[in-house]
Ligand binder design. Structure first.
Ligand SMILES: *[C@@H]1O[C@H](CO)[C@@H](O)[C@H](O)[C@H]1NC(C)=O
Ligand SMILES: *[C@@H]1O[C@H](CO)[C@@H](O)[C@H](O)[C@H]1NC(C)=O
Ligand SMILES: *[C@@H]1O[C@H](CO)[C@@H](O)[C@H](O)[C@H]1NC(C)=O
Ligand SMILES: *[C@@H]1O[C@H](CO)[C@@H](O)[C@H](O)[C@H]1NC(C)=O
Ligand SMILES: [Zn+2]
Length: 556
């Protein structure tokens, strides 16, 4: 094994791949040849950049980073007029690294040295993601933590750990409110943007209180929960906080009466409405808005991009019956990208002089991983990073706190001593010394990619492992790959970003965002601040203003 590795590292991957060939059966020959050509094309960036041979290059780079770090000692203690929370569902640290390499390779670089938008954030912390009743958490309990500031049981949203999953009658009195509500109560504009259904686990914790994350409409609820008076999550979206300015994502079918054909997929019964109460919630949504305000419901990209945003007060956009499609499969006529949705949202929310709170979820990184479709998952994460870049361009670090984090990780990994610049979807430069078969760098601990052919691990030279829907192999067969239990990263920039500085419980995050924004319960420090644009309190300015005020009061 050791000598294999040495040989590979010294001779390069291509020689060895030919060596690989005589372990394969002759029937796989032509396929394998094609795959090898593909592999070679995918790894031609593997030569070391010339500049990296010079120690001065690394020295200069590190010194530049040091100068930058020294400047961070002047902390940004402004009030956060705006706060944006980006949540990559299932975006564990291994996913962030693989996303960085992918995005770099999409930019024709070898990838490892690339910087994601989130990599440029000055402060990084770790978040402990466990739920009150789960070591490895789910997205509902974690959403309650990073939005409501309280840890809770898995499967529940917007309620405390006193609530038992699926038990409607445990809900009452145990509701907890979210940072979105605190921002609204402070007069800010608020928005939710996601690539999942808007009633999915992450967004729902911002506005709903539900003993079960899967109660998307009353159709998904047990009759007992209905008779006990619990409301479905889509109903709560329209009624709990009726003045959410921007709601963009999927989830149309839960808004319309059962069997109502979908506007886009008229012949697909699975896309039809689900509601038992006969309500058209998009109409209810509009009817609840004040008459002098412009409220728009849109269901496709063309409509979204044609809006005159100066004249939009409220926007509901539902682009798919359930979740939005993966970015790689997106129909660019009917569906906006996450970045396009974020741009529209910020432009609407920015109009409020008191600022805004925006929750953005890259919600399908998680789905790609559950399906073991690493390529789908990573392209979802690349798209979220693009949205982070755009949000940065539309706001200022002086008055906007931006936090990027994940709810939980996945059992996703990449390894195998791949060479510099190896395609992130490529092979380890060696065969297994146990079954003499090649393996991809990306693997899952468990999941649907487990394959045994004629009693042995499937030979991936017989399949197109670069395909967007290729399911990477795993150690244990499982219908749906599982979440991972290790900590996730929290990236932060803007006012008070330095308060995210160590290993924190996940429910600490919204406490920081609220403190920085001067919303919610902990506001005592806010009186000492002058304005959102100012730096630390300036006594001179205060006494000056006081004098002017006294003079004015003498005059009138
Ligand atoms: C709550 O409802 C469950 C059935 O869903 C029932 O078994 C239980 O007794 C109820 N508890 C209370 C306190 O009403
Ligand atoms: C939309 O998709 C089509 C087909 O994939 C492509 O040819 C076209 O360039 C895309 N347009 C935009 C604006 O991205
Ligand atoms: C978008 O929606 C409008 C209004 O329903 C419709 O006229 C238009 O054809 C739709 N566009 C696409 C590309 O589906
Ligand atoms: C941010 O604040 C700094 C220091 O007060 C100032 O120099 C800079 O121009 C501000 N940037 C923006 C975009 O307002
Ligand atoms: Zn998940």
């Amino acid at each position: 094994m050791g000598s294999w590795l040495l040989l590979l590292l010294s001779e390069g991957i291509f020689n060895k791949d030919w060596h690989v060939s005589h372990h394969l059966t002759s029937s796989t020959g032509p396929t394998m040849l094609l795959l090898l050509l593909g592999l070679m094309a995918g790894t031609c960036l593997s030569s070391l950049p010339e500049q990296e041979k010079n120690p001065q290059y690394w020295w200069d780079q590190a010194q530049q980073t040091l100068q930058h770090a020294l400047k961070l000692q002047e902390l940004n203690t402004n009030i956060a007029k705006n706060a944006i929370m980006f949540l990559g569902d299932g975006m564990g640290v291994s996913t962030v690294t693989a996303t960085r390499i992918l995005k770099g390779q999409l930019h024709h670089m070898s990838g490892e040295e690339f910087q994601l938008e989130m990599d440029k954030f000055p402060f990084v912390a770790l978040s402990k993601t466990y739920n009150t009743n789960a070591q490895v958490p789910d997205s509902a309990g974690t959403a309650t933590a990073f939005l409501c500031g309280v840890k809770s049981n898995h499967g529940t949203v917007g309620v405390s750990a006193a609530v038992t999953r699926s038990q409607c009658n445990t809900t009452k009195g145990n509701e907890v409110t979210s940072i979105l509500r605190w921002a609204k109560d402070a007069g800010k504009s608020v928005g939710i943007v996601t690539t999942t259904r808007v009633s999915h686990a992450t967004p729902s914790a911002a506005y709903a209180h539900s003993a079960d994350r899967e109660w998307y409409s009353d159709n998904e609820m047990p009759p007992q929960a209905l008779t006990q008076g619990c409301k479905d999550i889509s109903y709560q979206l329209i009624h709990n906080i009726p003045d959410i300015e921007v709601i963009l994502g999927g989830g149309r079918k839960y808004m319309f009466p059962k069997n109502t054909p979908d506007v886009e997929y008229k012949d697909d019964e699975k896309a039809s409405g689900t509601r038992l109460d006969g309500q058209f919630l998009t109409n209810v949504w509009k009817d609840k808005k004040p008459r002098n305000k412009n409220a728009h419901y849109v269901w496709n990209r063309t409509q979204l991009l044609e809006l005159d945003l100066d004249r939009v007060d409220f926007l509901l956009g539902l682009f798919e019956p359930v979740d939005m499609t993966y970015e790689l499969n997106r129909n660019n006529q009917t569906d906006p990208s996450l970045t396009e949705m974020v741009e529209v949202a910020i432009k609407i929310l920015k109009k409020n002089p008191k600022g805004f709170f925006l929750l953005v979820e890259g919600g399908r990184i998680d789905h790609g991983h559950h399906e073991a479709k690493a390529k789908q998952a990573l392209h979802e994460a690349v798209e979220m990073d693009r949205a982070i870049g755009l949000a940065g361009a539309l706001t200022s670090e002086n008055d906007t706190l931006t936090v990027v984090t994940a709810d939980h990780s996945h059992v996703f990994t990449f390894g195998g001593y791949t060479r510099r610049g190896n395609s992130i979807f490529g092979l380890a430069p060696m065969l297994s010394d146990r079954d003499n078969k090649p393996f991809t760098s990306i693997l899952y601990g468990n999941g649907p990619g487990y394959r045994i052919v004629a009693g042995e691990r499937e030979n991936i030279f017989t399949v197109d492992y670069a395909h967007e829907n290729y399911q990477a192999q795993s150690a244990v067969p499982l219908g749906s790959e599982t979440h991972g239990g290790e900590d996730v990263a929290v990236f932060a920039k803007g006012p008070m970003a330095h308060l995210l500085h160590g290993v924190h419980e996940q429910n600490y995050i919204p406490h920081v965002v609220a403190y920085a924004s001067c919303i919610g319960a902990n506001k005592d420090h806010c009186k000492t601040f002058s304005s959102s644009a100012g730096l630390a309190p300036q006594p001179a300015l205060f006494s000056g203003l006081l004098t002017i005020f006294l003079l004015l009061s003498l005059l009138f």
